[in-house]
Write a protein that binds this ligand. Structure first.
Ligand code: IVH
Length: 730
């Protein structure tokens, strides 16, 4: 089409369009033929979109999709010589994309102009794998083919025969089975199988896969079916293709509705995704899309969007297709979680324990729903393994609530000409040497007077998970440390209004609030203070275990290492770190001053030692039973998940209360969860998972009862989730 770019304006645009065509063609080949894409899908989509905009005046539309190319480009992947080509009797089309609600509504509007009356819509997940066509003759699998360029695919029957999820024979009554039945669907790798595969690849010194989709494609398109067999591939059927019966009739169910046809496939043993919903309005379809946009990480496989389809097959036939995609379906694409951008610099930040963490300074990029300009690189080994160098174009990933991370460089010829990044030899804050101990992956600034460490330590002490001093964030701590007003956490309790005289950034009201917040922190229980002290390896769970077992800071400071290590939830690593921390005169001086400042150095409700050989942990007044034997703690061995805000209690307090009663409080809901405590604004994923698993959900009041009695309040039995399922099951 180079000669036919009549819609393009000037020479620059023509040149850019040519460049884009070459790029799209190159990346298409890397994705489809080599199963080794260089750039994230979203970058590819952006290239196609740019080309489409340049070609806007062309009569031939250009689709923004990986699976089909602008009309003038060599379309899709040429069949590989590894496999026999298979011509699809009915071409395997692609889907048009909707990027966001407006584009979905625009599709709905087009639909309602073509259809009279409301249409039932089938909403499905868009599985991020690769399309596969399965042909069953009289119920027997005779051929499996990849999509290829949509017209011609590759014969991968021998490989597919090794996939457990795909039945070699259809189950159910053979009488109703058509002579020929083509089933289309997506082959994918679950996240668990993907991780395990990459671990095996790395252990064997082989190349690891960038994502589950590449791993699935690479695993299916293997010369040796035995390799495919070892890869745990899975499959979801999403469409009935060709159906023929030379003798007898095609079952009506296969010609009426898409959802009915899929249910029929499921009855015959084909995996059909359970999240399919039929809805009767576009608003409900949009709610489905939004729900899964938010919950995509609840699944054990990757999805990159949702697919909305007209359910009635006669209506699908009437609507037909454009040159490349059906009019009766649309893919609602989620915002990308991976994008590429320029790596401007690599720097290190110093944490409260002195750990030096390398991080990337990036040209800002919108990824995972927010603008990212800093991303972690974890440690020196990771930078080396990823081999990212300042000046590179890098792939950045931001998935869910996870900290943004640099994944890899985008391979380009200039990468090698740049100097590999070297870990700095000295601390960027205090100039002291950075030390990496043998056998450790982390590098440390060992100067306890390092201002960056000091700031991080004090900010950690004041943070919500520790002493919860509102109004004392990192910036204010930095300011006070910089002015020489704050050297350690004990200094906080010497503050008066006069301390802040002449310092900008502190209004009278905010000084009063800060002093009140510092004062209030004096009453925090011991386990919170232990978190705040920032002893290496000692997190909230270990702090609660310690406080529960020993009850006072004095007892902890005086305990032998063996005694500490024997406490459940502490262990030898934490024990040795605690002993080392209290051995430091500087640290002991700080705890002495904290004691002098009137802090609570004991665990409220503590009523004696716990654990094997000890008495019961403090189970407020719940000590019934054989006076000779320690009574079982109220929540003994039970797993209680806390979500949302509880009145007058932080999440850590709630978890500590559960631990203090012998229970566990993991961060996620599983089949082993005994109850879920839902405060204000609970996590929808946790609530819906509890509902799906039939786990009781209790409110704040119920939680108090549960803590007091160890029993579920009656009303919690068979509790209903606070968020209703989106739509009834079909
Ligand atoms: S329907 C003619 N449904 O997305 C429409 N496709 O760009 C046939 N995909 O090539 C596709 N999940 O590989 C459909 N629930 C789903 C899907 C799905 C993933 C893939 C499929 C297709 C691509 C469309």
């Amino acid at each position: 089409m180079t000669g036919g770019a009549s819609g393009l304006g000037d020479a620059d645009e023509l040149r850019r369009a040519d460049e884009l065509r070459a790029l799209v063609s190159y990346h298409n080949d890397r994705y489809h033929r080599l199963d080794d894409p260089e750039i994230p899908d979203a970058d590819f989509d952006a290239l196609v979109r740019e080309l489409r905009d340049l070609e806007a005046a062309q009569t031939q539309p250009v689709s923004a999709d990986r699976d089909h190319r602008p009309a003038d480009l060599p379309v899709g992947a040429a069949p590989s010589t590894l496999f026999t080509p298979v011509v699809h009797p009915v071409p395997m089309m692609s889907l048009d994309n909707a990027f966001g609600p407006d584009e979905l509504r625009a599709w709905g509007d087009r639909l309602s102009r073509l259809v009279t009356g409301p249409a039932v819509l089938a909403c499905e997940l868009k599985i991020d794998g690769l399309a596969l066509s399965l042909t069953y003759e009289r119920g027997r699998l005779v051929q499996a083919a990849t999509r290829g360029d949509g017209t011609t695919g590759e014969d991968v029957t021998a490989n597919v025969a090794t996939i457990d999820a795909i039945p070699a024979e259809l189950g159910g009554a053979s009488s109703g089975t058509p002579d020929l039945l083509e089933v289309r669907g997506e082959v994918y790798l679950s996240l668990g199988s993907f991780r395990a595969l990459n671990e095996r690849q790395a252990a064997a010194g082989l190349k690891t896969f960038a994502n589950p989709r590449n791993a699935a494609a690479g695993s299916l398109r293997q010369k040796d079916p035995a390799v495919t067999a070892g890869r745990e591939l899975s499959f979801w059927a999403y469409q009935v293709g060709e159906v023929r019966s030379d003798h007898g009739r095609v079952p009506d169910v296969l010609t009426r509705t898409h959802s009915g046809a899929l249910a029929w496939l499921a009855e015959r043993g084909l995996p059909v995704n359970p999240e399919l919903r039929t809805v009767s309005s576009l608003d409900e379809a949009l709610a489905f899309c939004r729900h899964w946009e938010e919950h995509r990480h609840d699944l054990d496989y990757e999805i990159d969007g949702a697919v909305v389809k007209v359910d009635a097959l006669a209506l699908q036939a009437r609507l037909g297709a454009t040159t490349h995609a059906p009019r009766w379906a649309i893919a609602y694409k989620f915002p990308p979680e991976e994008r590429s951008t320029s790596l401007l610099d690599i720097r290190v930040s110093i944490g409260r324990t002195g750990r030096a963490t390398p991080f990337a300074v990036l040209a800002p990029v919108v990824v995972g729903g927010s603008t990212v300009s800093l991303a972690t690189l974890h440690n020196a080994d990771q930078v080396r393994a990823k081999d990212v160098r300042p000046g590179d174009t890098v792939v950045v990933r931001k998935a869910g609530d996870v900290i943004p991370e640099v994944v890899r460089p985008v391979a380009d010829r200039t990468h090698r000409t740049r100097t590999p990044w070297e870990f700095p030899k000295t601390c960027p804050s205090c100039g002291a040497p950075l030390v990496r101990l043998a056998g450790e992956s982390d590098t440390f600034c060992t100067n306890l007077d390092c201002p960056a460490q000091r700031v991080a330590r004090i900010a950690h002490f004041a943070s919500r998970s520790a002493m919860d001093i509102e109004g004392l964030g990192e910036q204010r701590v930095e300011l006070l440390v910089g002015r020489g007003l704050l050297a350690d956490v004990a200094d906080l309790y010497t503050f008066t209004a006069a301390t802040f005289e002449g310092i900008g950034g502190f209004a009278d009201v905010s000084i009063a609030n800060l002093l009140a917040a510092i004062d209030a922190s004096r009453t925090r229980p011991l386990h919170r203070l232990l978190v705040g002290l920032g002893i290496r390896h000692l997190g909230p769970a270990g702090s609660s275990a310690l406080a529960r077992a020993l009850g006072s800071l004095e007892a902890i400071a005086g305990a032998e290492e063996d005694e500490l290590a024997a406490i459940e939830g502490v262990g030898p690593v934490i024990a040795s770190s605690i002993v080392a921390w209290f051995a430091s005169p500087v640290n002991r001086a700080v705890t002495d001053r904290l004691a002098g400042a009137g802090l609570t150095l004991t665990e409220p409700g503590w009523s004696g030692p716990s654990g094997p050989g000890g008495g019961a942990p403090g189970v407020d007044g719940h000590t019934a039973g054989d006076p000779g034997a320690p009574p079982a703690p109220a929540l003994h061995g039970r797993s209680v998940v806390v979500t949302g805000t509880l009145p007058g209690m932080t999440r850590e307090d709630a978890e500590a209360a559960i631990l203090a009663r012998g229970g566990k409080s993991p961060g996620s809901v599983s089949a082993r969860t005994w109850a879920v405590v839902a405060g204000e604004a609970p996590g929808a994923a946790k609530i819906s998972r509890a509902a799906a698993l039939g786990i009781p959900v209790v409110d704040a009041e119920g939680f108090a009862e549960l803590l007091a009695t160890g029993e579920l309040p009656e009303r919690a039995e068979g509790a209903v989730p606070t968020t209703a399922p989106l739509t009834p099951d079909p």
